[in-house]
Write a protein that binds this ligand. Structure first.
Ligand code: ADP
Length: 663
């Protein structure tokens, strides 16, 4: 397969190009957007983070409630930040994992806020004692853990934010009601005894949920930027550590509780780093990741399309706005006699348009890209091959536009019709020659037969004179010779007359609406004597009006009916004439009950001078049916016969059903 040269997003509009370059530039550089080195940033972050932890530890030693409130508020603010970022960038970042977690963390923050407010000694919602606060804590962790468990399954799917919001609102409302109003939430802390088994089991269960969530996340690691993934996993680890510390604290003010909170703050901070920091400060990493994946998908799709295009028997070329080739298939390379690499990126018209038409086609293409002309869907034009030869191509074009409707590229499929064109040219030439020689022949036949008539009349006249004057002197032999000579002259006369008739068919007379019934009646009138003598019965159906030469239609009927009478059988001749419409033409039918024709002869009887009987049996010249054929063809129709010996014959001829306006 020929590999597609991937043009990538550079082929978008100008702003997309520059944004793309900025992304690429942002990816993988060891400097952040403000130009500071990553090492420096890490150092500063480490310092701040150490200060925060030390500050919190100090606060915890002086006033645990203060420490707790600050720690919880910190995680609440971070959780709200996560929500805000995920929500506002939902159209920007194509990753439903973050959107779902963002919404989940908003509700987790709500539960954590209630937890902080109901904490023992806070003096706000603490009348339920340490149990309510612990219950809220446990509930918040369950919601957080289960959300992180679900989130990996949403990767690559569309998240219906309204439903998710409603789902969380109902869940949190039920939890709050269960704790504050219905008192059905299992007890978590009993004053004097410490943590209940449910609380401890819950912390283990939540830890397990986090482990599984981390596992699921790692399995879908391809969907994440490496840095983001690391931060997320560390956040999970810290959460698990925090949970474990919470399993063995005895009092809500003891060391284990404080350590648990410190780990929680760290876990939230890491989540902050993962989403807020990465999403806001280095958004391009996330975007690059998504773009890279889209790019890869695009590449795969293009490879697939290229495969299909390569199988095609026609050439496919895509030209960009600047007339450069951005895609060509195998067939295209074959026609151009070039490798794909030699064609890709080349200025198409400069390289492959023959010089005579180059500037013109370039001008048209420029106008097309500018939107000044409407694209032509089909046209034929020559191209130059690598060997310097020319091929004629039949092009079909499709214009590829961007969202604003501006032309970005033109996709053309081209069929090499050089051989067909040459054959057509040869045929046209042969047809022209044939027409010319036919015309010459007709002219010759016309003049010859016309000029022959005169001397023949003289011969005929003198023979008759000799017969009249010298009938007694000639004796029986002489009279017989004269009779034979007269017979020959008569035959010659009819031959000349028929030939003249034949030659005349080619002499164009304008067509006009002709009533075929009237033509038939005229022909019957001309054949009156023969019909009466033979006792023939001629019948007909209704016949149409066609656009034709009425004299010739009359002659057609006349020739066919006179043959039907002439080549009769023992029975009196019966002839029936009918017509039937078949699509855009009329098929006429002249059926007789005569002697019939052997099927192998039904074709050749339409050739000039072809007779199936000798002139002693049936007089004739063998020109009548040739005239019929010429007339039918002149009208754009055909003529043929169906017959068998002793079965009678049926002659068919067609005349196209033209409108007057077709003339
Ligand atoms: P011609 O009648 O002068 O011989 P045509 O061209 O009219 O010439 O016919 C060619 C031959 O076709 C005839 O010689 C005859 O043998 C055969 N033919 C034509 N029409 C009929 C018919 N209706 N039935 C049988 N044979 C026919």
């Amino acid at each position: 397969m020929v590999n597609l040269k991937y043009a990538g997003p550079e082929r978008g509009t100008v702003p997309v190009q520059s944004r793309w370059r900025a992304f690429r530039a942002g990816c993988g550089k060891k400097k952040d957007m403000s130009g500071k080195s990553v090492l420096y940033n890490k150092f500063v972050t480490g310092l701040i983070w150490t200060a925060v932890l030390l500050g919190l530890s100090f606060a915890s030693s002086r006033n645990y409630l203060l420490f707790h409130t600050v720690a919880e508020l910190f995680s609440i603010i971070v959780a709200c930040g996560i929500f805000m970022l995920a929500w506002n960038s939902r159209r920007f970042i194509d990753n439903s994992y973050f959107l779902f977690i963002g919404i989940a963390y908003l509700f987790v923050a709500g539960l954590d806020l209630l937890h902080a407010l109901s904490y023992s000694g806070s003096g706000i919602l603490d009348e339920g004692g340490a149990d309510v606060s612990t219950q809220l804590w446990v509930a918040a962790r369950y919601v957080q853990g289960i959300s992180l468990l679900i989130a990996p399954f949403l990767l690559g799917r569309k998240v219906r934010t309204t439903y998710v919001m409603i789902g969380y609102a109902i869940t949190v409302a039920l939890i709050v009601e269960a704790i504050f109003s219905w008192n059905v939430f299992p007890a978590c802390y009993i004053g004097g005894t410490g943590l209940t088994a449910f609380k401890k089991m819950s912390e283990y269960a939540v830890s397990l949920i986090f482990v599984v969530s981390a596992g699921l996340l790692i399995r879908r690691r391809k969907e994440f930027d490496g840095g983001v993934l690391r931060l997320l996993v560390w956040s999970f680890v810290m959460t698990i550590a925090s949970e474990l510390f919470f399993t063995f604290y005895a009092g809500v003010y003891d060391f284990s509780n404080m350590a648990g909170h410190l780990f929680k703050v760290t876990a939230f901070y890491l989540m902050y780093k993962a989403i807020i920091q990465t999403g806001l400060v280095r958004p391009y990493n996330l975007l690059c990741r998504n773009l890279k994946q889209s790019e890869e998908l695009l590449r795969e799709e293009k490879d697939k399309i290229q495969k299909y295009l390569d199988i095609a028997g026609v050439m496919f070329v895509v030209l960009d706005k600047d007339q450069k080739v951005s895609l060509i298939n195998k067939k295209g390379c074959e026609i151009l006699r070039c490798d794909e690499a030699e064609v890709m990126g080349k200025m198409w018209f400069d390289a492959f348009s023959p010089e005579g038409i180059r500037s013109e086609v370039k001008r048209v293409y420029e106008k097309l890209v500018a939107g000044d002309v409407v694209p032509v869907e089909y046209f034929e034009s020559p191209i130059l091959t690598a060997g310097g030869g020319e091929r004629v191509i039949a092009w079909h074009n499709t214009v590829l536009k961007d969202e604003q409707g501006a032309v970005q590229a033109v996709l053309s499929s081209g069929e090499d019709i050089t051989a067909r064109k040459r054959a057509e040219e040869k045929l046209e030439q042969a047809m022209g020659e044939l027409k010319r020689s036919n015309a010459e022949l007709e002219q010759f036949a016309y003049i010859a037969s016309h000029d022959l008539q005169q001397p023949l009349l003289i011969v005929d006249g003198f023979l008759k004179l000799i017969q009249r004057r010298y009938v007694d002197k000639l004796g029986p032999d002489g009279n017989e010779f004269i009779e034979s000579a007269l017979d020959g002259a008569r035959q010659m006369q009819s031959l000349i007359r028929d030939l003249l008739e034949y030659a005349r068919v080619g002499r164009d007379k304008p067509f006009e609406p002709s009533d075929c019934s009237a033509c038939l009646q005229r022909s019957l009138a001309n054949l009156k004597v023969a019909i009466e003598e033979s006792g023939a019965i001629i019948t007909n159906d209704a016949l149409p009006v066609v656009v034709a030469d009425p004299t010739q239609v009359t002659q057609l009927f006349q020739n066919l009916i006179s043959n039907a009478v002439k080549y009769r059988s023992e029975d009196p001749p019966r002839v029936h004439i009918s017509a039937k419409r078949n699509g855009r033409e009329w098929t006429f039918c002249v059926r007789d009950n005569g002697m019939g024709i052997a099927p192998e002869n039904t074709g050749r009887i339409f050739d000039i001078f072809q007779r199936l009987h000798n002139k002693n049996e049936y007089p004739g010249t063998g020109i009548g049916l040739a005239i019929c054929k010429k007339i039918a063809e002149r009208h754009g129709g055909r003529i043929w016969a169906e017959s068998g010996p002793g079965k009678g014959s049926t002659f068919y001829f067609t005349i196209p059903d033209r409108e007057d306006s077709d003339l």
